[in-house]
Design a protein around this ligand. Structure first.
Ligand code: HEC
Ligand code: HEC
Ligand code: HEC
Ligand code: HEC
Ligand code: HEC
Ligand code: HEC
Ligand code: HEC
Ligand code: HEC
Length: 482
């Protein structure tokens, strides 16, 4: 930490100076009609707008909505101040969140993120500005953030969190069948494309992965297509939702460094990352000492000492030791531990060999290479063990396919259901438990179940081959072996 902080502090100072000088220009670009932060205010880092709180009469508490009037006196153009003032009454929770944010301190306001040009495909008008020549959008895509945070947006766009995340549900015929035909009840008679048919996607897959935002005649998003998760696609061509880790409207760096920021998506039977983490030694220390850790150090200066054990962000994103912060979560990964067979990452999934080198640099801040080598060798061996089970199970599947001993509907075929649970649930738990120091997931929720599922598959396989027919009833519970 010491060895680079001197240099880093200096570069940060320079960065801060540069940022001060560019904020105004950037704000101009982002909000063409009327920048919210005039140059003087932004350069001076003029911080929060002056906010006067006019309470209710006497000691009596006034109704929440009417209690606070924000009288924004400086730092903003009249147009930008009006958004804040009116919304302090209309949506006080949003203004409160923004008020506490670092961006409010830097005079970045509603106007900078929500005002769009009249010609934008997303241009609409909110109830308070109808009839003016200002256009707003409730959608704020990564493109808008990119105007001021180009490096973060660029790294993010190369990660599995951007296009690939929504591609998983938008560009994948198998998943479409799962979402609309099966879960959406088309097979029960629900019409394709109706609200109820899309409900399973909108409440589930879309909230984590993101979907395509579709617009109504007023250019506002239609139901069941917005809001959405990390790879949300926007009409301005932007792909990605930056607010899933630092939620609106505080956009806090401290929040994104905590494991909770990942937990809303990385959980459950098929990728129990938060469960693995919280039951790991690192999680033990986070749970017992985390309250005393320093969470809001400046970007890229958050180092051991601020904390004593890593969080998800430390290993996958944050600057630590000689590594700089990255918004590309694929950058430090070797294996693909999510798909059917684990392979070393390449192409758009990242560079696996380099990923391993960088991940080792994370560990080396706190562990000896002796320790880390032992752990990483176990991970590589666990991947090989899993692949052996997978290959043998897949060989049985292919054999049954060739002999026409598989049902057309995989969800009525116990062999295919078990195959799914083998790789998608137990198989991921074993691999990811091994990767992130979660013995209970590597073992009891992982390899223990893999071998049991495998043996059941073997019995079904043998029965079908011996009798040259498919057994009549499914012995598999619909929830699968959890
Ligand atoms: C740094 C950019 C940024 C700033 C500043 C900002 N917002 Fe937002 N706002 C967003 C993002 C991102 C979303 C989520 C958009 C999405 O999911 O497509 C959002 C969503 C919203 C929504 C719709 C969602 C809901 O919960 O109803 C409203 C209303 C809103 N913002 C109002 C405001 C107001 C008022 C201000 C100023 C006090 C403000 N915003 C400041 C980025 C910003
Ligand atoms: C005079 C009051 C007023 C002013 C000024 C105002 N708004 Fe609104 N705004 C509203 C109301 C009312 C709503 C609707 C709230 C609801 O649906 O519950 C709204 C809704 C919104 C939404 C949600 C999307 C939508 O279209 O309904 C956004 C985003 C938004 N305003 C941004 C802004 C921005 C940016 C400005 C400044 C350019 C601004 N507002 C100025 C009153 C105002
Ligand atoms: C008009 C320029 C502008 C836009 C647009 C913008 N930001 Fe910022 N952002 C800033 C400035 C300036 C800072 C303050 C830097 C500082 O504190 O040194 C900042 C700081 C941040 C921080 C660090 C907060 C902290 O706690 O330290 C995050 C996270 C962030 N922005 C996210 C976003 C996201 C997400 C969007 C898009 C929804 C966005 N920003 C849009 C200018 C902008
Ligand atoms: C709770 C959040 C959440 C929900 C709901 C969810 N997923 Fe995922 N999904 C994830 C996460 C997180 C991963 C990545 C896990 C990993 O890398 O280990 C993932 C991985 C995937 C993958 C593999 C990655 C890829 O790009 O090939 C596919 C496909 C997928 N999900 C499809 C779906 C579909 C379809 C639905 C709805 C039927 C869905 N998911 C619901 C969070 C979710
Ligand atoms: C997967 C979670 C996640 C997503 C998605 C995410 N961030 Fe971050 N962000 C973080 C973490 C973690 C940090 C803190 C890094 C550190 O410790 O220095 C951070 C830090 C930042 C900072 C502070 C400066 C820096 O680079 O460290 C900015 C600005 C920022 N993010 C903007 C964005 C923008 C813009 C997007 C969308 C392109 C985005 N973030 C999406 C997790 C996320
Ligand atoms: C809003 C949901 C959401 C949040 C929050 C989230 N992720 Fe993800 N993450 C996903 C989805 C969905 C995928 C699967 C992407 C795909 O389809 O390839 C994923 C994939 C990943 C991957 C694997 C990337 C790949 O290409 O295989 C890593 C590593 C990851 N996330 C780490 C994190 C970390 C660390 C955080 C918190 C700082 C975080 N995620 C927060 C939804 C989320
Ligand atoms: C001690 C460092 C460390 C911590 C803490 C950590 N991870 Fe990981 N994570 C790893 C390693 C190492 C791998 C496997 C890398 C490889 O492929 O060699 C991994 C793999 C993953 C993957 C699998 C990616 C894929 O699809 O192949 C996801 C998703 C993930 N981590 C998310 C998280 C989340 C979410 C958290 C917090 C709840 C977290 N990680 C905490 C080190 C960590
Ligand atoms: C910020 C410091 C820090 C970082 C970075 C870190 N660890 Fe740890 N790790 C610890 C501490 C402290 C413990 C608890 C040691 C104990 O149990 O007494 C620990 C425990 C462990 C354990 C449990 C086994 C044991 O020694 O008790 C494993 C496995 C582990 N770390 C692996 C890793 C790997 C792999 C990485 C890199 C991907 C990593 N750690 C990164 C601090 C760190």
């Amino acid at each position: 930490m010491q060895r680079r902080l001197g240099f880093q502090t200096l570069s940060l100072l320079l960065l801060a100076l540069a940022l001060g000088a560019t904020t105004a220009a950037v704000a101009h670009e982002a909000a063409p009609a009327a920048p919210s932060a005039p140059a003087e205010a932004a350069v001076a880092g003029a911080g929060t707008a002056e906010i006067a709180t006019h309470g209710g009469a006497g000691d009596l508490p006034a109704p929440v909505k009417a209690e606070k009037a924000f009288d924004v006196k400086r730092g903003y153009t009249a147009e930008a101040a009006r958004c804040i003032e009116c919304h302090a009454k209309e949506t006080p929770g949003i203004v409160e969140g923004w008020r506490l944010s670092r961006m409010a301190h830097a005079s970045v306001s509603c106007y900078d993120c929500h005002v769009v040009e009249a010609g934008s495909p997303m241009a609409s008008q909110c109830d308070g500005i109808k009839g003016t020549d200002i256009y707003t959008s409730p959608m704020v895509s990564v493109k808008r953030c990119a105007k001021c945070h180009p490096a973060e947006a660029e790294q993010f766009s190369k990660s599995g969190h951007a296009r690939l995340a929504s591609a998983a549900i938008m560009d994948n015929p198998d998943m479409e069948k799962l979402m609309y035909h099966f879960e959406g009840g088309e097979f029960l008679g629900n019409t394709l494309g109706t609200g109820p048919n899309r409900a399973a996607r909108a409440t589930g897959c879309q909230m984590c992965h993101g979907a395509e935002t579709e617009l109504g005649p007023d250019n506002k998003p239609i139901n069941e297509t917005w809001p959405g998760g990390i790879g949300q696609r926007y009409p301005d061509g932007g792909i990605g939702n930056c607010t899933v880790c630092h939620t609106r409207h505080m956009f806090s760096i401290a929040e994104a460094r905590k494991p909770e920021a990942c937990a809303s998506c990385h959980l459950g039977p098929d990728h129990p990352n938060i469960e693995i983490y919280l039951s790991s030694k690192h999680g033990q220390m986070f749970l017992t000492h985390g309250e005393d850790w320093v969470w809001d150090s400046a970007p890229d200066t958050w180092e051991p000492g601020d904390y004593t054990a890593p969080t998800c962000a430390t290993c996958h994103m944050s600057g630590i030791g000689e590594l700089s912060t990255t918004h590309n979560v694929n950058a430090r990964l070797k294996w693909d531990l999510v798909h059917k067979r684990s392979v070393i990452r390449s192409g758009e999934r990242g560079d696996g060999e380099k990923g391993r080198v960088d991940m080792l640099k994370v560990c080396s801040n706190c562990h000896s290479s002796l320790h880390t080598d032992a752990i990483m060798t176990s991970l590589d061996n666990a991947v090989e063990l899993y692949n052996t089970y997978y290959d043998k199970a897949n060989a049985m599947l292919e054999d049954l396919r060739e002999k026409k001993l598989l049902k057309d509907d995989p969800w009525k075929d116990p062999f295919q259901e078990l195959f799914y649970y083998l790789w998608h649930h137990a198989g991921r738990r074993a691999r990811q438990g091994a990767a992130m120091n979660g013995p209970d997931y590597a073992q009891w929720h992982g390899f223990f179940q893999i071998f049991q599922i495998y043996k059941d598959m073997e019995d079904i396989y043998n029965y079908r081959i011996k009798n040259n027919k498919i057994e009549e009833l499914s012995p598999v519970m619909s929830t699968g072996p959890l």
